[in-house]
Design a protein around this ligand. Sequence first.
Ligand code: SF4
Length: 79
Amino acid sequence: MHDIWNPWHGCHKISKGCEPCYVRYQDGQRGGNASRIFRTKAGLDYPLQRRRDGSYCIQAAELIRVCMTSDFFLEEADA
Ligand code: SF4
């Protein structure tokens, strides 16, 4: 496992299934607001970003965790 890539952060509580939400729990611990949705510093192009030596930040066949602090099906994420 290499890294975590969170292209955006935040989510909308949509059902009772969201009660034990990881994002809401983590944000609550830090005094954050998980309902505020924003693009993260990592950006949408993180898989294409390179280090100073020219190698990709994420190597071929490396496993990464994606979108741990949001959801792919947000309307705000479509754009
Ligand atoms: S991340 Fe999942 S569990 Fe959390 S609020 Fe969004 S949809 Fe619900």
